[in-house]
Design a protein around this ligand. Structure first.
Ligand code: FES
Length: 106
């Protein structure tokens, strides 16, 4: 086992986790609400600003406890920001509000 905390703290300003959880029930889940497309939109926005993976990581994740049929759940850590009902079209405004329009607040 290797502790790599200092390496990640040096590289990362934030990490975006997008729920893409699927479930076999009638209960809402982010897989059915466009979670994969939201994750793609997050990556695209960051890539366009040369901020993908350094300094902002992106991962898909399982349920964040904010399930909705109207969009995916997303959290930005360690900023402790949480969103639900996120659609791909919401991503540019959401990330611009968080990181600045040109990702200058990273
Ligand atoms: S399934 Fe995405 S928050 Fe629950």
């Amino acid at each position: 086992m290797k502790r790599r905390t200092s390496e990640q703290r040096t590289r990362l300003e934030a990490h975006v986790f997008v729920c893409t959880n699927a479930r076999d029930s009638d209960y809402a889940c982010c897989a059915d609400a466009g979670g994969a497309a939201v994750a793609d939109a997050v990556r695209d926005w960051l890539r366009e600003r040369n901020a993908f993976w350094s300094p902002v990581g992106v991962s898909t994740t399982t349920c964040l406890g904010l399930c909705s049929e109207d969009g995916s759940a997303l959290t930005i850590q360690p900023r402790n920001e949480w969103f639900s009902d996120v659609r791909p079209d919401d991503v540019p405004e959401l990330l611009a509000n968080e990181f600045g329009p040109d990702a200058e607040r990273l």
